[in-house]
Design a protein around this ligand. Structure first.
Ligand code: UT7
Length: 318
C-alpha cells in the first residue's frame, strides 16, 4: 500500500506585484518578462505577513477539505528553504499553530521539494508508520532575491500549498535525482561573526539562467521519457502534465517534444511566477477546484530545482 492525495489547499500573499510595477523599479519591461518567461505578476509577502501564516492557512484548507481533524494528522513535512526561522523548522511552527503536536520536519530539495516530500511520505505510509501526513510546500523567494538584479528577481514569487496524503495506490511511478551541479543555482550562507572563519556575508540568490534553462529542457525531457518508458505508456496516455512553473518556455518545449495539446500542460506561472516547490501543489489545488482532476485522471508531475534535483511522478487520481 502506498499513498493517495486526499485533499489540497493553497495560500498566496495579498500583495500582487505586476511586471509594470517592477519596470518602475528597475530596467525591465512587461514585454521582456512576458516574452521570456510567461510571467505577468507574482504575489509577494509584505507588511506583517509571514511564511508560517501562509503555510498554516494552506494546511488548514487541506485538512478541512479532507474532512479530517488536526488530531488525525500523524506527521507534518514541510518542503521549504525559507522558513521564518533557520531553526526550528517551518514544520514545527506549523505544528505549533495547528496544535498538531506530531513529528514535524522540513526537507530542502529546492523546487523539486513537492515530489521529494511525496516520496518521504510514501515511505512512512507504506511501512505503516503513519496513516495521514500533512505536506506543506511554502516558499518566500522574495527573501532570497537581490531586488536590484533584474535577471533573477522578476522570476520569483511567494506562496504556499498543502496536501493531506493517506493510504492509497495512486502513485504508479516516482523517481528522484540529484546530479551534483550545485553552482548553477545557489545562495551562500554567511559565516556569522565566527572568529574562526574568514568573514563571509550571506549572499543573494545566484543563477546561471541559460544553464538552468538548458538543464531543465533536457533533463525534464529525459525524466518524462523514463517515466513513460518504465510504465509502457505513450505521451497520449497522460491526461495532464503538471510541470514545475519556472518558465513558460520550458513547459512549451516539453509539450512540443511530446507533441501534445496545450490544454494538457496547465500553467499558472503568469499569475504567480516561480514559487519554487509550491508551484506544483498550487496548480494541483487550482485544477481540483476547477474540476479538471477527477478519479482516474492520469497525471505526470515533474519538477527540477537547485542541486540540480529533479522529481518525477506518475499518479492516477483516486
Ligand atoms: O526553479 C528553477 C529556476 N530557474 C529557472 O528555471 C530559470 C531558467 N532560465 C530562464 O528562465 C531564462 O534563462 C531567463 C528567463 C532567466 C533569462 O532568459 P534568457 O532568454 O536566457 O535571457 P538572457 O539571460 O540570455 O538575457 C538576454 C538579455 C540580456 O541582455 P543583452 O546581454 O542581450 O543585452 C540580459 O541582460 O536580456 C537581458 N535581461 C533583461 N532585460 C529586461 C535579463 N533580464 C532582464 C529583464 N528585463 N528582467
Amino acid at each position: 500500500m502506498g499513498l493517495k492525495i486526499l485533499s489540497t489547499g493553497r495560500a498566496l500573499p495579498k500583495t500582487i506585484i505586476s511586471n509594470h510595477r517592477l519596470s518602475a523599479m528597475m530596467d525591465t519591461s512587461d514585454e521582456w518578462i512576458v516574452a521570456r518567461t510567461g510571467i505577468r505578476c507574482r504575489h509577494i509577502v509584505s507588511g506583517d505577513e509571514d511564511l508560517t501564516s501562509l503555510a498554516v492557512t494552506a494546511a488548514k484548507a487541506a485538512i478541512e477539505k479532507a474532512a479530517l481533524d488536526v488530531s488525525d494528522i500523524d506527521m507534518i513535512i514541510c518542503a521549504t528553504m525559507s522558513g521564518d526561522y533557520v531553526f526550528p523548522s517551518l514544520a514545527c511552527c506549523v505544528a505549533e499553530a495547528l496544535g498538531a503536536l506530531r513529528p514535524a520536519f522540513d526537507i530542502n530539495a529546492a523546487c523539486s521539494g513537492f515530489v521529494y516530500a511525496l516520496e518521504v511520505a510514501n515511505q512512512f505510509i507504506s511501512t505503516g508508520r503513519a496513516k495521514n501526513i500533512l505536506i506543506v510546500c511554502a516558499e518566500m523567494m522574495s527573501r532570497f532575491c537581490d531586488w536590484t538584479d533584474r535577471s533573477t528577481c522578476v522570476l520569483f514569487g511567494d506562496g504556499a500549498a498543502a496536501c493531506v496524503v493517506g493510504e492509497g495506490d495512486a502513485i504508479k511511478y516516482l523517481n528522484l535525482t540529484a546530479d551534483g551541479h550545485t553552482r548553477l543555482l545557489y545562495q551562500e550562507a554567511g559565516s556569522g561573526n565566527s572568529p574562526f572563519c574568514p568573514k563571509k556575508e550571506p549572499g543573494f540568490l545566484k543563477m546561471s539562467g541559460q544553464d538552468v534553462f538548458k538543464f531543465a529542457v533536457s533533463k525534464i525531457g529525459q525524466e518524462i521519457d523514463r517515466a513513460l518508458r518504465t510504465l509502457g505508456l505513450s505521451p497520449d496516455d497522460i491526461d495532464l502534465y503538471i510541470l514545475h512553473q519556472a518558465n513558460k518556455r520550458i513547459i512549451d518545449s516539453a509539450r512540443a517534444r511530446l507533441n501534445q495539446p496545450e490544454e494538457k500542460f496547465p500553467v499558472n506561472i503568469d499569475r504567480y511566477g516561480n514559487t519554487s516547490e509550491a508551484t506544483i501543489p498550487i496548480l494541483l489545488d487550482e485544477l481540483l477546484e476547477a474540476g479538471r482532476i477527477k478519479k482516474g485522471t492520469k497525471l505526470l508531475i515533474s519538477a527540477f530545482g537547485a542541486g540540480m534535483t529533479t522529481g518525477t511522478c506518475v499518479m492516477i487520481w483516486e
